[in-house]
Design a protein around this ligand. Sequence first.
Ligand SMILES: [Zn+2]
Length: 291
Amino acid sequence: MDHNHHRRLKTAALALTVAATSQVLAFPGVATASTSSQATSSVTQVQQATTGAAGTTTAMNKGLATNNRIYRTGRLARVNCSPGALPAGSTNAYRRFLTRVTDCLNRAWGTQFRKAGMPFSKPRLRIITRKVGNACGGWATGAAGFYCSADRTMYMLITKNDLRQPFPLGIARLMAHEYGHHVQNISKIWTYYTAAQARAGKAQRLQLSRNSELQAECFSSVFISTQQGSSLFTDAEWDYTVDWFRKNGAKTWPQNDHGRGPTQAAWMTRGYNSGSPGACNTWAASPRTTT
Ligand SMILES: [Zn+2]
């Protein structure tokens, strides 16, 4: 392993730490919400889910999560994605990269929703250089991005550190994870999730959160797998990333709301190896594989 490669991998750990941290905000209704603003937004979201147009009966339909049509669409469409280089220190290049990866995600998942015969809409992308207020409440310290279901927006923060040492795979993986939450939202998997959260006790809430987070990570890996062989990443970088999550993926979370490190790594590997959203049905999986 040459020096540059080694340095890049060290950078990866950094980027992934930030990415992992950001996941606390990826869904504001999780039991780990640690600030008052998040707690408030969690209540708001639950109210939206239980009193919204979908209605309680639809909302509590577990089949939306366990038997969603998105699982029967085969391999995720392999789109020609050229996000370009990510030179250190260029905010413009960083913005272009985020915009292009989002465009790739839109094309891949748009095709999948068409195959499923389900309505598709793109998320909004807001690229910011400092934390901003949003419809889901505040930002967690260290968060690099999150998806807010209330305004269907992916907020991506460019930090000084990301700018100094950009790691393309780490950034793409994070975006694809947040996009995974958008997929859960518009496919109505989250309609069940939010309604079930509102009725669950603490242990069950953590299990539901794990199902949601592990699925978003699996969806992310499905997308990343379609970019194998592209200039986005090397096999060694992917292996390193999975291994990093195996060892460190759970460290950020004092409660087990994202799954243990090996569990996260297992769903990443599963998504990557199959390339199909159908491999990411955490809701029908044995609880043993989602702990
Ligand atoms: Zn998440």
